[in-house]
Ligand binder design. Structure first.
Ligand SMILES: Cc1cc2nc3c(=O)[nH]c(=O)nc-3n(C[C@H](O)[C@H](O)[C@H](O)COP(=O)(O)O)c2cc1C
Length: 181
């Protein structure tokens, strides 16, 4: 069984999970931010695992997999997302439903692995986006509008980087890739 782990990562959290998964499965590892990959490359594998960070609830780069899913029906497809939000059931379902079209959900196994947040590693555009988000949350706070748990976490993460990556989080994904999940 030939397996590939593909990923896109802006600040390294997804990259860490992708590296752990590829090590565990003895799979090829491809950084799609550095290397262009076409669907013919994917066709040489039996299991294709794609990972990307969450940016405003969208999984970075997953459109490549979704757009080619009709050519990969014979493959085992696994998608994982990393984000700063806690791995609660409602978060996981929301991310899956937003990113994986309903007609593909039977063919694509989805996992959410909690990543982290490091403001210092963001690109200038992401820094601007996050600053706007921070203002929005701060205004909500001033107006005494109740913040949801994730917003409080987001606010706290500005001053100090947070890292929730843990190797044990990949366990279920690895079992699924091995056909034991
Ligand atoms: C502009 C921006 C938007 C983000 N939106 C979300 C989000 O909607 N949900 C979430 O859980 N994390 C969000 N995050 C945090 C990232 O998903 C998190 O840092 C992720 O682990 C990054 O992975 P990467 O470094 O591999 O790209 C956001 C971060 C930035 C910079």
């Amino acid at each position: 069984m030939k397996t590939v782990v593909l990923f896109k990562s802006k600040s390294g959290f997804t990259k860490r999970y992708a590296s752990w998964i590829s090590e565990e499965l003895h799979a090829d590892l491809i950084d799609m931010t550095a290397k262009r990959v076409d669907v013919n490359t994917l066709l040489t594998y039996d299991t294709i695992i794609y990972g990307g960070g969450l940016y405003a609830s969208g999984i970075h780069g997953v459109k490549f997999i979704i757009a080619n899913a009709n050519k990969l029906t014979e493959k085992k497809l696994i998608v994982f997302a990393t984000g700063v939000a806690p791995a609660r059931k409602d978060v996981v379902h929301e991310v899956r439903d937003k990113n994986i079209p309903s007609d593909l959900r039977d063919n694509v196994s989805f996992f959410y692995l909690r990543g982290g947040f490091d403001f210092t590693k963001l690109t200038p555009i992401d820094k601007i986006l996050m600053t706007l988000l921070k203002w929005k949350i701060t205004i909500k706070k001033r107006l005494k509008i109740k913040l949801v748990q994730d917003e409080n976490g987001m606010l706290a993460a500005y001053s100090m980087p947070v890292d929730y990556t843990r190797k044990r989080n990949i366990r279920q994904l690895v079992l699924t890739a091995e056909g034991q999940g």
